[in-house]
Write a protein that binds this ligand. Structure first.
Ligand code: UDP
Length: 306
């Protein structure tokens, strides 16, 4: 038997999940991916096709059998599966509740059954709503839309399984993640995906308001390292914010992408600035981001074909 950890990545064919898969395989772990391919794409794992350490399972977190063999002998379970985007969550709140809250409870229960040694949850910084900055893990919780609420309920559910059943859980609240394989399709999505799609189509970038609002962008490979750090550590029951720790304006971003812009109206309820206080994860897990926005954007632009 190898002493490399066995990892299960729900949502492993998705944006951040697939970067965690990359890192785990690079480290020699056996990796199982559970994904129903609604948001994720097999193409995101294509480069590992010949790797015998990786298996893919087309399963849904809301229906997977609680005693499915995929949970057997798992050391690290990265729970990345869920549905995103703000506007559709306002239109279809129950779908979000079902997948993000109930689906997570199901994963918690399956992990408990299988005695999984560590669960790391992909939480969202949207739980803080419009927060004082820099925002640390003790900031008040104030979800502004169903996506934010249901991701937060998912997190609290896992912590409840930690408290009641001793399931070893850590949670990572991700600020604005970007990088290769972020979705560029669909009507909604994070600003990087939207801008890349517009750039690819030769269209101007749609800048909301004056573009002086800022976001704490963190590159996907840095995010993946944080998740593995939260699996390896002896600490459990902890929440960690991750971002790059210094916000940048949308205006800066458009300049780096070197595209024309068009201004669109401000969105009510949007924070002017998001900014993660990353001192806890830096202090406790020794994690800090290494990819600057300039490097990340350069890398992204090299990877997309025109
Ligand atoms: N944004 C923009 N143009 C777009 C989409 C977003 O200028 O087409 C801006 C938006 O105003 C916000 C930032 O990009 O300040 C990040 O938006 P996103 O939807 O990615 O995430 P969130 O607002 O949840 O941080």
């Amino acid at each position: 038997m190898s002493n490399q950890p066995v990892a299960l990545v729900t949502g492993g064919a998705g944006f951040i999940g697939s970067h965690i898969v990359d890192l785990l395989l690079e480290q020699g772990s056996q990796v199982r991916v559970l994904d129903n391919l609604t948001g994720g794409r097999l193409q995101n794992l294509e480069h590992h096709k010949a790797n015998p350490l990786l298996t893919f399972h087309n399963l849904d977190i809301t229906t997977v059998e609680l005693n499915h063999p995929i949970f057997g002998d798992v050391d690290w379970l990265f729970h990345m599966a869920g549905i995103g985007d703000i506007v559709p969550s306002i239109e279809r709140p129950l779908d979000y509740f079902h997948t993000n809250a109930f689906g997570t409870a199901r994963i918690a229960e399956a992990a408990r059954n299988a005695n999984v040694k560590r669960v790391v949850y992909a939480a969202s910084s949207s739980c803080y709503g419009i927060a004082a900055v820099p925002t640390n893990e003790l900031a008040p919780i104030d979800p502004q839309y169903p996506y934010a609420l249901t991701k937060y309920i998912g997190e609290q559910t896992l912590f409840h399984w930690h408290q009641v059943y001793g399931l070893p859980v850590n949670s990572i609240r991700i600020f604005n993640a970007y990088g290769p394989r972020s979705r560029t399709s669909g009507a909604y999505g994070a600003v990087f995906g939207v801008f890349l799609r517009q750039k690819l189509a030769g269209k101007p970038l749609t800048v909301v308001g004056d573009g002086m609002q800022s976001r704490d962008f963190v590159y996907a490979t840095d995010v993946a390292r944080a998740f593995v750090a939260a699996a390896v550590t002896d600490k459990v029951g902890e929440i960690y914010n991750i971002g790059c720790g210094s916000p940048r304006t949308i205006d800066d971003l458009t300049k780096m992408l070197a595209s024309e812009i068009v201004r669109i109206p401000e969105r009510p309820g949007e924070p002017k600035c998001t900014w993660a206080d990353i001192s806890k994860i830096t202090r406790e897990l020794g994690w800090k981001p290494v990819v600057t926005l300039e490097e990340g954007v350069k890398e992204l632009l090299q990877q997309i074909s025109y």
